[in-house]
Structures are given as C-alpha cells and as structure tokens.
Design a protein. Structure first.
Length: 513
C-alpha cells in the first residue's frame, strides 16, 4: 500500500521487516528486492536478492542486480559466475558477450575485444557489441578508437550525444584535448557545455573508462530498448542499475526518471534528477525534464516557476519561451500563453526550433481562447500566409471564421482544402461536416460527422455537432444518443448546454459553436 502511494521510505522499512520475519518466503524476498531497486534502497534490494540466491530461486532481474554489484566491488570471480548463470538462463543471453568483454577489461584478463566476437554479425547481440567495441577501443586507448566511436555515435540516435561526451571526457582526462574536442563536433546544448568544460580544463562528468561504467552503459541501452516494449518493471531495474554502476551518468538518471514517471511515480522521478549537478553537460535536459514531470504530476505552479526562471534567465532560447507558453496554456492562462509565444517569435529557433507558422498558429489559438479575436485573426492569417498547405492552419482559420459567421465561403474553402490534405483527421472532418451543417446540407454533413465521431468516440465537440445535425434532420433519438456520448467528458458550460439539449431538445440558444 505504501509503495502504491509513493511512500517509498515507509514501504522499504516494511518490506525489510517482512523479509527479516520470513527470510525463506520467496514472494516476500522478490517483492522486497524489486521495491528496493525502484526506490534506490540497495541494501533492501541486495538482501532480497541474496535471500533468493540462498534458495536457488533467483529470477533474471535479481541475477543482473548481483552481476552489477560484483562489478561495483571489482569482484571479478563473482561477476564471472553471475554472467555464466545469465548465459544459462538465455532469456537475455544476448548481453553475455558485452558483459564478458567488460569483465575482461576490468579484471585485465584476456582480450576484451575477443570476448565481443561471440556476439556474431547478426541478431540482437550484434548491435550491442558494435557499440561496446567502440567504447572499449576508447577505454583501451587504441588508435582506431576515434573513428569507430564517431561511427557508433552516429548510428546510436539520440544516445549518440551521450556516447560522444563520455568518450570526450575520457580523452580529456588523458590530456588528449584535440581528440576530446573532435568528439564534440555537434552543436547541441550538451556538447557546447562539454566543450566549455574541456576548454576550461575541468573534468567532464560521466566519462566511460571503467568496467562498471561500461556495464552501466549496457544497462541504459537495455532500459531504453525494453522500455519501448512496455516491460516497465525490467526496464526500470536496468535503468536503476545504471545509476548504481555509474552515478555520474546523467543519461542513467534521466532514463530512470522517465521510467518511474511512466509508473505514476512522478515525485520519485523528480527526486532522482537531483543527482545530476548543475555543472553537468546534460543539466539543461535535466531541467527541461523536471519541468515536464512536475507539470504531468499536477504540480504546475512549481513547473511554471522553473519555466519562468528559464525563460527570463540569461541566454534564454525560443524553446524556453515556447515551453512557458505551453504551460500557461495548460493552466488556462491564455493571454500569458500568447505573450510567451510572441516572445518565442522574436528568437531564432536554431536547428531544433519551431517554424514561424507553428508559433503564429499557437499564438493565434491562445489569443482566440483569451477572447482577442482581432489579434488571433491577424496571427492566424500570418500563419496561413507562411504555410498555405498546412492542414492544421487551414482548418483552424477556416473553423474560426465559420463559427463567427465571417466570410463563410472563404471559411468553407479553407476547410475543404484542409480535408483534401488530411482526409483522415477527425477534427478536420468534423469541421467540414459542421460547415455543411451551417449551410443546411444535412445529407452531406451527417456522414462526415459520423465518420469523425467514429474516429474520436470520446471527443465532446464532435459528438455534440453530430447530435445537433441529427436533431435538425428530425432524428431525435439518435441526437440524444450523440449528446449523451458528448456529456460523458463534457465540462463547464459545454456540460450545461448538452444536458439542457437532452432535456429540451435543440433550440437556437443551445446551438453548438
């Protein structure tokens, strides 16, 4: 119960007491071990794992926990025994070549690269082996390391930045400044920060020169790969083990936070981010993740405070103002959202920035919801001028004109063009159906509204539109069914209006917008 409520300290104490009272109970030992991992209570986690080991009942996640612990302690004999057991289990046996390679490196026994050859050229182990071959080459100081590391980083997707910085930190620690800077030839906030540290002669957090750090990288990769397959418990274990093996790895803490948040542990997710110092190259990514997790955890005031500090701080970017605007929008502070989007428009977005039409659309939407139609219309017109083939721009402007009975022919033209470009978009299909409803063309409008409602069965506005069209066509029973579907998620004025329609039918004052 305590664990479900996020009271991890209480839960840990009670699991520990249960385990002490019944050390032979495999169910208690397993739950204690798994909770200890999630909570970062390593004593509890290890006590549970060792209780299971004494009974020859180790599940695969406990086996990896004991493997990681052996690497941390430089207990190479113990690590070897655990890796042999992982190989026998076979469920995640593809990790064995990488584990053996780092064992050889840490124990200084044999050739680590030869251990990787068991991965083969195909299958799930091959991709892992290629990445760790590059890491090992850097750790070993081989001359071909730089080229292979850059190639591995380019094929690693978003993780490539982490691999570059980890290698750069190791080169810098060996006073190979040029090699370190060559690793950082991408222009991102993290690489810029790492370059500044190297140029100032300061250490770069999260270097990857030890066996435990190498296994930590393997754990992060496993967490990411399994997390995409909805294996949340096992992926969280691997992420947590990465933080245990390499606490300087910001990536490990970021991945752990994301996985905890997926399990509705937002408070714990935010707390683990405290382990990344402000000097870390990934400090900005950590700040952005913290703001998002606070917002998702219904702590929007705290999120807003951090977002405002970022936007008003030195060196603020378009992304900072964009995020602030989005937070204001989520809090129904639309005028402030529009102002923030306006500030974002004055800043260049860089390689990852928003295009001007996107910001104009967001600003126009915020002004519209704030009741400033004149300002909204100007922003939406500007968005349309910049992106005349973007269906979302066409639809928003067309629908906004339609519901205000401004330029009805132009409104229908814009919506029809949006529908031509995005015929499967339910919101746009609804707009076209609603435009035809306003013209009295019910025979054409109703099939479109039905199509939209089938695609988005929980959408309040679409179901209300369909109900109004049914009622206007004399199909009163179907109208009430559609309004009832709309009422399930309706709130505020919309709920009042829809309930009134179900009671009294459609009247001019109850017509949907």
């Amino acid at each position: 119960m305590a664990a479900l409520q996020g009271a991890n300290d209480q839960a840990s104490a009670r699991y520990a007491a249960a385990l002490a009272a019944a050390p032979a109970d495999q169910g208690i030992a397993t739950q204690a071990m798994r909770h200890g991992v999630i909570a970062g209570n390593w004593r509890l986690a290890l006590d549970g794992a060792r209780a299971l080991e004494r009974q020859n009942a180790l599940p695969i996640d406990a086996r990896f926990l004991l493997t990681a612990e052996a690497f941390r302690a430089h207990d190479w004999r113990g690590a070897r025994a655990q890796i042999d057991a992982i190989e026998r289990d076979q469920s995640i046996g593809f990790t064995v070549p990488v584990l053996r390679a780092w064992l050889a490196y840490g124990a200084q026994e044999g050739d680590p690269l030869a251990a990787l050859s068991a991965a083969g050229a195909n299958g799930p182990a091959a991709g892992y082996a290629a990445e760790h071959r590059a890491l090992l080459l850097v750790a070993l100081g081989r001359p071909e390391a730089q080229a292979e590391m850059l190639a591995a980083a380019r094929s690693a997707g978003p993780r490539g930045v982490r691999l570059r910085i980890g290698a750069a930190g190791l080169y810098a620690g060996r006073h190979q400044r040029d090699a370190a800077l060559a690793m950082l030839d991408l222009d991102t906030p993290a690489t810029r920060s790492a370059r500044a540290l190297i140029e100032a002669g300061r250490p770069v957090p999260g270097t990857m020169g030890s066996a435990e750090a190498g296994v930590g990288e393997l754990m992060v990769r496993l967490a990411l790969d399994l997390g995409g397959q909805e294996m949340s418990q096992l992926s969280t274990l691997f992420a947590r083990l990465a933080t245990r093996l390499d606490p300087q790895s910001a990536e490990a803490w970021l991945v752990t936070a994301e996985l905890l948040a997926r399990q509705d542990q937002q408070a714990a997710a935010v707390r683990v981010l405290d382990n990344v110092p402000a000097s870390d190259p990934f400090a900005l990514a950590v700040r952005d993740t913290r703001i998002r997790l606070l917002s998702e955890g219904d702590q929007r005031e705290q999120a807003l405070t951090l977002a405002r500090q970022a936007a008003e701080g030195r060196g603020a970017t378009q992304a900072d103002w964009l995020r602030l605007g989005q937070l204001y929008g989520e809090m129904s502070r639309q005028r402030e959202a529009a102002d923030a989007f306006g500030r974002a428009l004055t800043l260049g977005g860089g390689e990852d920035g928003q295009e001007e039409w996107q910001l104009q659309l967001m600003r126009g939407s915020a002004l519209d919801q704030a009741g400033d139609w004149a300002g909204a219309r100007a922003a939406l017109r500007r968005a349309y001028a910049l992106a005349p083939a973007q269906p979302f721009v066409l639809n928003y402007l067309g629908y906004a004109l339609l519901v205000r009975n401004e330029e009805p022919a132009e409104a229908e033209r814009l919506i029809r063009e949006a529908h031509r470009l995005a015929p499967d978009n339910a919101a746009i299909t609804d707009s076209l159906g609603w435009a035809l409803y306003h013209k009295g063309q019910l025979a054409e409008a109703i099939p479109l509204l039905e199509q939209a409602a089938q695609a988005e069965a929980a959408d309040v506005e679409i179901n209300e539109h369909l109900g109004d069209a049914y009622y206007a066509a004399g199909r009163h029973i179907e109208a009430r069914f559609a309004w009832r579907a709309a009422s399930v998620y309706a709130e505020g004025d919309a709920a009042t209006r829809i309930n009134a329609k179900m009671d009294r039918g459609l009247t001019p004052e109850l017509a949907a917008r």
